[in-house]
Design a protein around this ligand. Sequence first.
Ligand code: UDP
Length: 350
Amino acid sequence: MGQKTLVTVVGTRPQFVKAFPLSRALQAAPDFREAMIHTGQHFDDNMSAVFFSELGIRPPDHHFSVAGTTHGAMTGDMLARIEQVLLSARPDAVLVYGDTNSTLAGALAAAKLGIPLVHVEAGLRSFNRAMPEEINRIVADHLAQVLICPTRAAIGNLKDEGIVTGVHLAGDLMYDAMRLATPIAERASKVLERLGMSPKSYGVATVHRAANTDEPDALAPVLDYIANEARRQPIVFPIHPRTVAAMKRAGLDPSRPGIVVTEPVGYLDMCRLLHHATVVLTDSGGVQKEAYFHRVPCVTLRDETEWTETVDCGWNRLWRGPDYAPRRDIADYGDGDAAAEIVALMRDSL
Ligand code: UDP
């Protein structure tokens, strides 16, 4: 059996978390050789380096520092640099995760060079094209030859867009990541002690979506919602750099009674925080699912979600939507072996 070479493109925090179990599985597979590009989209140590060091992800083979702050400038810069790497590496496939500008750039670079594209976390839809992520995921799905879906809803979404070949269901890599990391986090993380929290007596909030941060009129009610919840129990709020910048621009102060502000935390700290929380308030896709993985109810600070099964099964609700549905287990997301399944699927497909 010949060895397949794969170039993986990552650039943001959720992609490092997804790469953690899959790169590990690829390293253990003798018939695959993975080279990793880090586009530099996230660059702060606590948004990037900490994930590589804590989770033992191999350092990237190519690490850019991406120029440009607009979507076009950033994506264009990444596209040109990724293309250079692909032209010299000529891999058998390119793998991209999720829905960021790094995903879009990796997908376009691969497609233009005729290199097969694997899209992990395919088929997710918010049906809101005002979200930059929605554009990125639609393009990546329509360019990919191998589409790895974490849910049956995702497969249905692709079918509705006429995409039926190369589509596979393989569980959710974030579930794998959580299963691997939580026992380590329980031993190693001191985050509860550092923040003075005791188990089951606090909530966790995260906010970073453009729709919530780009307009002061949107961010103020989100902060008010968190502050209101913080009257019942302390809410730990690790604030994303984009949100810090947005709050500064808008003159908003997150330090309200009960809100425990902190810098973004590493993944192990986040696992421990979520594991012992009573409630999660978030506009993050990943954190909505992780709330369920840790069996903590979630309020999504958005008007729609891609992870509809979390709402259908009563673990999540939209902040302006109806109350929780009756609670039941979610059948999707797999058993923590999504990475192994994805390696097997790529073996068969490439
Ligand atoms: N996360 C983290 N530290 C934090 C906030 C989030 O490690 O301070 C993790 C979280 O547990 C999840 C991932 O980052 O695994 C989610 O990333 P993010 O919310 O930035 O992106 P999204 O999932 O919305 O694409």
